[in-house]
Design a protein around this ligand. Structure first.
Ligand code: HSE
Length: 430
């Protein structure tokens, strides 16, 4: 397996997420990608003694990352603008590829960075919508399309605050401080609540989907600080939720690019993307509507996108060097053993057709209880006029397949049961 040396700039939430994922999933990443990712050097203002650097050398000088011959890819996770931009420029100038999560640098300096460098990879998947692979979706998955609109909830902190105000009646300030303590907010949370962070991200989406330059100043930007609990209540009564949206849309008159709060009908999927989740709805001519949703902030979620870029960059390096590109889908590990169905644990929907006689319900529940099966919900309606058969419908808690099968065999054998017992597994996906 080819080793790729990483140099990480920063030791904050996202950098720590990268280190943790490499520690936990590094071997699996290697198996899938063909690259062994080794962190060679970490540069940050100060060392954090409780963070495991995975054997990397620590520096307090960012430039050391560029100069270290063992560093093949620089991962810029310091945030802010000036120092990050200088590091990226210096790295690209020295021929070192860069992966960054820095939306502000790409939104404000993307044109210069890409104009002065067309050869060395500079990737930024993590800059927009955290874990959601929206950049690669636009650049690769949907490359064959003309885009009609890209509309997204792209600031997790705003979405978290609006959701808490809507669902829990939380005060704005309390919800913001929770988002900060969970590591979602920017160093300056004004960037979140004033819409700047979402605008940085929309600048990037706009440039990629609509072939524009990166032009942050062209966007209309509003935050959520003027939204009140009263607005949220009225919107709710009218059948809407208030969401903070980034909207890029091609109209006959031109391209729209705006960031602001908006009422979204409750039946729309976007209206139901809550908490720190982000979602981006892309409408394009051939693919139609595609919706991408997932965690848009947080260390591990953002680090997941960073590492996807690292693997893609490693592939590009390999290709530039003329060496064979490793397969991205190698299955040379051990096949996992599939659990036999009897050992699967799920809830169940059951429907039992019975004659309407006293004591049947009790007999059914006794049979279930003998097998340790607990009932979550039950319905029995009165029989229709002239009918003596009723359906007993139940939802069970999670139980081993072997137990529900045995219990329902007993239920089926009850003399009052007048037809086949129906059973459908329940997957709550939680
Ligand atoms: N502050 C940002 C957010 C972090 O809340 O979405 C991810 O860019």
């Amino acid at each position: 397996m080819k080793e790729i040396g990483l140099g990480i700039a920063g030791l904050g939430t996202v950098a720590q997420g990268v280190l943790q994922i490499l520690q936990e999933n590094g071997e699996a990443i290697g198996r899938r990608s063909g690259f062994s990712l080794a962190v060679k050097r970490i540069a940050s203002r100060s060392l954090k003694p409780d963070v495991d650097l995975l054997g990397a050398v620590f520096s307090d000088q960012l430039q050391d990352l560029v100069e270290d011959p063992e560093v093949d890819i620089i991962v810029e996770l310091i945030g802010g603008e000036t120092a990050a931009r200088e590091l990226i420029q210096s790295a690209l100038g020295a021929g070192k590829p860069v992966v960054t999560a820095n939306k502000a640098v790409i939104a404000n300096y993307g044109n210069q960075l890409f104009a002065s460098n067309s050869r060395i990879p500079l990737r930024f998947e993590a800059a927009v919508a955290g874990a959601i692979p929206i950049i690669s979706a636009i650049q690769q998955g949907l490359v064959a399309n003309q885009f009609e609109h890209v509309v997204g909830i792209i600031n997790g902190t705003c979405n978290y605050i609006l959701t808490a105000m809507q669902n829990d009646g939380a005060q704005f300030a309390d919800a913001l401080s929770t988002a900060q303590s969970l590591g979602y907010a920017e160093a300056d949370p004004g960037f979140d609540i004033d819409g700047v962070d979402a605008a940085h991200k929309l600048t990037i989406l706009l440039a990629l989907a609509f072939d524009t330059t990166f032009d942050f100043s062209a966007l209309h930007v509003e935050g959520i600080t003027a939204i009140t609990a009263e607005d949220i209540r009225y919107a709710d009564e009218l059948g809407y939720k208030i969401k903070h949206l980034g909207i890029a849309r091609q109209t006959a008159d031109g391209l729209e690019a705006r960031v602001h709060p908006a009422l979204v009908p409750k039946h729309q999927l976007l209206a139901n993307v809550d908490g720190v989740l982000n979602a981006v709805l892309v409408k394009s001519d051939s693919a139609g509507d595609t919706l991408f949703s997932g965690p848009g902030a947080g260390g591990a979620a953002t680090a997941s996108a960073v590492l996807a870029d690292v693997v893609a960059t490693a592939g590009e390096l390999q290709s530039l060097s003329g060496e064979a590109i490793p397969s991205t889908a190698r299955h040379d590990g051990q096949l996992k053993v599939i659990l036999p169905l009897e050992q699967v644990n799920t809830g169940h929907y059951i429907r039992i057709p019975t004659r309407d006689e006293p004591g049947v319900f009790a007999k059914v529940t006794e049979a279930l209880s003998r097998h340790g099966i607990s009932i979550d919900a039950a319905i029995q309606k009165e029989p229709g006029a002239g009918q003596d058969v009723v359906s007993i419908v139940m939802l069970t808690h999670r139980v081993l397949e072997s137990k529900i099968v045995a219990a329902l065999d007993e239920v089926q054998a009850l003399e009052q049961v007048s037809g086949p017992v129906a059973r459908i597994r329940v997957e709550n996906l939680d």
